[in-house]
Ligand binder design. Structure first.
Ligand code: ZN
Length: 440
């Protein structure tokens, strides 16, 4: 069943037809001399598309645009053609992913000369209303839990646990949960996998979208004990996001994941054993500079990354108390860098802290590996318009440079692709391996 998103009082929720979310908006038409929008409608089908429509009365504008915002973050301006007074836009989501429970804010804008007419902002909730998922919901403390099938009891249990986890994280980070959270409980693996989308790793057992304040739990991910600690982990991510929110940068991943993992059992006992073991192996430990952004995806690298983050958080708490964690979070809120936040919270430089950390495991922090210079490409590229290829068999400086340029273009496009992928902020947790004990 579709839900009204926060702050959408003017919406009338249409019925659920064949699993489609239909949100019908009766919009008061702003009457301006130059014309106005009316009949604003929006509709979404999870995993398929979103459609937006409106009518325009008045002289034809120079241009009309649909302004879209997703989950309060990404904003898009889409040019839409006016046809016989009617505006229609369909956004394909079968080949593009948005997490479930994303509120989509939208407005129409018409420009005639220097005159700009903007419709009121409306909101559409992109929720997981797939056929067969007969969602029920209940408010449990500061969480709204959602379930389908016979999972009410575990959903309510998650709601209870979320309250305790949020309070514990708020104590640790000196900042309360800023707003309620939503917890969606999936029974079948396929249902969960489709909810986290095609770009997510197949080993994911739970996922959190901190900016959407939304936690997705898959009941098959592990034992009851695993699910309980996982829920505490995920809720801590949301509080961490609130406690460190700033418009400049994300805190280091090791700190975010380390805080969430430490909060599972309020200690780092298991993780310390793992780091000790890995410190004695030939591959050794990883530098914290390597754990600032994305974690490694291989099993050893991922487990060690979480364990190093957790044990570093544990070191900070044991040496400087939870006040230090609160002070670190506060520094982030005012825009501090990772180094400045650690210094502000502990009074010790991050470098000195890392030295102490690695010394405790009898090792030193590994030095960064210098990248090898990019070699000259030996990949033949086909002749292209505007490019002269030398007929001689002798190496030509010009063609080598062209090939280098081509490689840089390819690398540039790949980097651009990575940026687009990164716009969906996901905190994923590994499902429990059959043997048990894995962390993620
Ligand atoms: Zn996590």
């Amino acid at each position: 069943m579709g839900r009204l998103s926060r702050g959408t009082a003017p919406l009338l929720l249409g019925g659920l037809l064949g699993g489609l979310l239909a949100v019908l908006v009766v919009a008061p038409a702003p009457s301006r001399a130059g014309g106005g929008f009316a009949d604003l409608n929006a509709d979404a089908t999870f995993g398929a598309d979103m459609t937006f429509s409106a009518s325009w009365t008045g002289a034809p504008p120079d241009r009309v645009e649909l302004l879209l915002g997703f989950g309060g973050e990404e904003r898009l301006v889409v040019p839409v053609e006016l046809v016989s007074g009617q505006l229609d836009y369909r956004r394909d989501l079968a080949n593009g992913y948005l997490p479930p429970n994303t509120p989509v804010a939208y407005r129409w804008r018409a420009v005639i000369g220097t005159q700009v007419t903007v419709s009121p902002e409306r909101s559409l909730l992109y929720d997981d209303a797939r056929p067969g998922l007969d969602w029920r919901q209940a408010q449990v403390g500061s969480a709204t839990v959602h379930w389908y099938d016979a999972n009410e009891a575990i959903a309510r249990r998650f709601g209870d646990l979320a309250g305790g986890a949020a309070d514990a994280a708020a104590d640790l980070l000196g900042h309360p949960l800023a707003d309620p959270i939503d917890i969606f409980v999936y029974g079948a693996r396929e249902d969960f996998q489709e909810a986290v989308g095609p770009g997510a790793r197949e080993w994911i057992g739970a996922a959190t979208y901190p900016h959407l304040r939304t936690v997705l739990m898959w009941l098959g991910a592990g034992s009851t004990a695993y699910l309980d600690t996982t829920l505490a982990h995920e809720v801590t991510h949301v509080v961490f996001n609130d406690a460190t929110a700033n418009p400049f940068h994300e805190p280091a991943t090791w700190l975010n994941e380390g805080t969430a993992t430490w909060s599972e059992l309020a200690n780092a006992d298991t993780e310390r054993d793992l780091v000790s073991l890995e410190a004695r192996r030939a591959e050794g430990l990883m530098a914290f500079a390597a754990l600032t952004d994305q974690f490694p995806i291989d099993t050893r690298g991922a487990s060690l990354a979480y364990a190093e983050g957790t044990t570093m958080v544990d070191l900070i708490i044991r040496d400087f108390g939870t006040d230090a964690m609160a002070a670190i979070a506060e520094a982030y809120r005012s825009g501090a860098t990772d180094e400045d936040a650690i210094l502000a919270g502990t009074g010790v430089s991050f470098e000195a802290l890392r030295e102490e950390y690695f010394a405790a495991f009898g090792v030193t922090e590994p030095d960064p590996i210098e990248p090898l210079p990019l070699g000259r490409s030996d990949v033949p590229i086909p002749p292209q318009a505007g490019m002269e290829l030398a007929p001689s068999a002798e190496p030509q400086p010009g063609s080598g440079e062209s090939q280098d340029v081509a490689w840089w273009l390819i690398i540039g496009f790949m980097a651009l692709g990575a940026v687009f992928v990164a716009t969906v902020v996901l905190r994923a947790r590994r499902a429990q391996p059959p043997a048990g004990g894995g962390n993620g």
